[in-house]
Design a protein around this ligand. Structure first.
Ligand code: CS2
Length: 499
């Protein structure tokens, strides 16, 4: 059978022609020249618009061609199906307020779907030319049980522990990985058994101390598999740098794809859309070589903590506030919510009254100005970032984004009224399931069923019933009288305001 060359898509066969078109920037480095030096779990839009771009820019700045990426998809093969026929090439459509630009990125040198490509992932993680793995698997990708720690009761985790045991015992390939961390742990075991060369695992998800969280879960997987020697090696040779990542990446729409197609002269099924801004703070904790991301604008630092905390509390919390309040009022996008009467003031109040007093400014940062710059980015009308996209997975996001702020304010003897408003807006979003115009608001959340069940009942008892969901609200908050009252009052007000 002769191979069919697809010419109506962006691919290695068409990239030269595509890159010569006006308004298109071609890959900064010849993708064919890149070796594979890292594996990325969760090759969704965010990775493609963030780490993959920094990695290509680092290669351009240094001429170091070792750092092509093997991307690993989540549970669906969709991204592999989109990017496979395009040889991993895709473009980033950057949308400023009134201008757009398009560049083709070539740093993804392969995409594997765990259902069929787990063995390739394991082999790559063990390869001597590969030095690190990074992750953007979203908050729900870290299988933790109530109170923290690895959720061994999750059947997918249990299956991965069994497969890790088989890997450690040298019984060969034990089937597809069921969770990203399970597959990663098996790859690390394979590496330990082959070269044992040092390795870094870099979490790029919106979690506090994201390196430490990832390390804890990987070690627990090894412990659960009884892999003593692997544990010793993980301790000695594998680091888990923390990072803070920031770039707003709305879901790509068909209209975006058509816009890109006009420019490319070819179809790009892997297109991602992003704002112009990007930030990446990386803990300086790599035991082997890594791309020179600092040459691409990333900051390598000894302590990521203050940056992580400020970003999650300031940006992500105000994002969620605007998403829930905006969605309830019938605003389709974050920019519409920012432009609507009164909502941006709520976001400012949240930053000023509740969040900023809990933070230590990261080096070189003025927190009030940081807050304004965030609201300015949200106001970008050209992005089309939907309130529904930010509203998803609230059960996973609220604890990281707002409950730490709430706890800190309560310990300081203050009642965080804006924090309570955010919690209340989420509750009304869950309860109502529709906006002020009667349009349905989907509850896209791994806990959707349990949340619907908890929300069901009288309006007056709503706050109390949802505060009792232990997976989200620690007892100190759920039982705190002033906080309970503030949330209940905000829920009552919202229910009366939004018909
Ligand atoms: C957003 C984030 O969807 C969401 O919940 O708050 O994805 C946000 O756009 C990024 O963290 C920005 O860096």
């Amino acid at each position: 059978m002769s191979a069919t060359i697809i010419t109506d898509r962006l691919s290695l066969a068409t990239v030269a022609e595509v890159s010569a078109r006006p308004g298109v920037a071609g890959p900064a480095v010849d993708p064919r020249a890149l070796g594979t030096g890292m594996v990325h779990f969760g090759v969704g839009a965010f990775h493609r618009a963030h780490q993959a771009v920094y990695t290509e820019d680092a290669a351009t700045a240094t001429g170091d061609t070792r750092w092509g990426i093997l991307g690993v998809t989540g549970r669906s093969a969709r991204v592999a199906e989109q990017l496979g026929p395009q040889d991993g090439l895709y473009s980033v459509l950057t949308k400023a307020r009134d201008t757009s630009s398009l560049r083709v990125v070539g740093s993804l040198r392969g995409v594997a779907f765990p259902g069929t490509g787990s063995e390739e992932v394991l082999r790559t993680l063990a390869a001597e030319n590969v030095h690190l793995a990074s992750l953007t698997i979203t908050e729900k990708g870290y299988p933790r049980k109530l109170g923290g720690g690895l959720d061994l009761g999750n059947p997918a985790v249990a299956a991965d522990v069994a497969a890790l045991k088989a890997e450690v015992a040298g019984r060969g390939f034990a089937g597809p990985g069921r969770t990203p961390l399970g597959l990663l742990a098996r790859g690390l075991a394979r590496r330990h058994a082959s070269s044992g060369a040092p390795f870094a695992v870099m979490c790029c998800d919106n979690l506090m101390s994201n390196g430490g969280v990832t390390r804890g879960l990987v070690l627990e997987l090894a412990e659960a598999a009884g892999a003593e020697r692997l544990l010793e090696w993980l301790d000695a040779a594998v680091t888990f740098p923390s990072t803070m990542v920031d770039r707003i990446v709305p879901a790509t729409t068909e209209a975006n794809r058509r816009e890109a197609e006009q420019l490319l002269g070819r179809r790009d099924e892997g297109l991602v859309v992003a704002e112009p801004f990007g930030q990446w703070i990386i803990e300086d904790n790599f035991p082997g070589p890594r791309p020179a991301w600092e040459r691409a604008g990333a900051v390598i630092t000894g302590d990521v903590g203050p940056f992580e905390l400020a970003k999650l509390r300031m940006l992500n919390a105000t994002h969620s506030l605007l998403a829930y309040l905006g969605a309830l009022r019938g605003h389709a996008t974050i920019a519409d919510a920012v432009a609507a009467a009164g909502l941006v003031e709520e976001a400012r109040r949240l930053q000023r009254n509740d969040i900023i007093p809990t933070l230590t400014a990261p080096p070189g940062t003025d927190l009030a100005a940081y807050g304004e710059s965030i609201l300015d980015r949200f106001a970008n009308p050209n992005l089309g970032h939907t309130t529904i996209q930010v509203a998803m997975d609230g059960s996973q996001k609220l604890p990281v984004r707002i409950l730490g702020t709430v706890a800190d304010r309560l310990s300081a003897g203050e009642v965080p009224l804006s924090g309570a408003l955010l919690v209340a807006a989420w509750m009304v979003f869950v309860y109502r399931g529709r906006d002020a115009n009667g349009r349905s608001l989907p509850l896209d959340d791994p806990m959707a069923e349990a949340l619907r069940a908890a929300a069901d009942g009288s309006e007056a008892g709503l706050a109390g019933r949802l505060l009792a969901v232990k997976e989200i609200f620690p007892a100190e908050l759920a039982d705190h009288p002033e906080f309970r009252t503030a949330v209940a009052e905000a829920v009552r007000k919202l229910l009366s305001e939004v018909p």
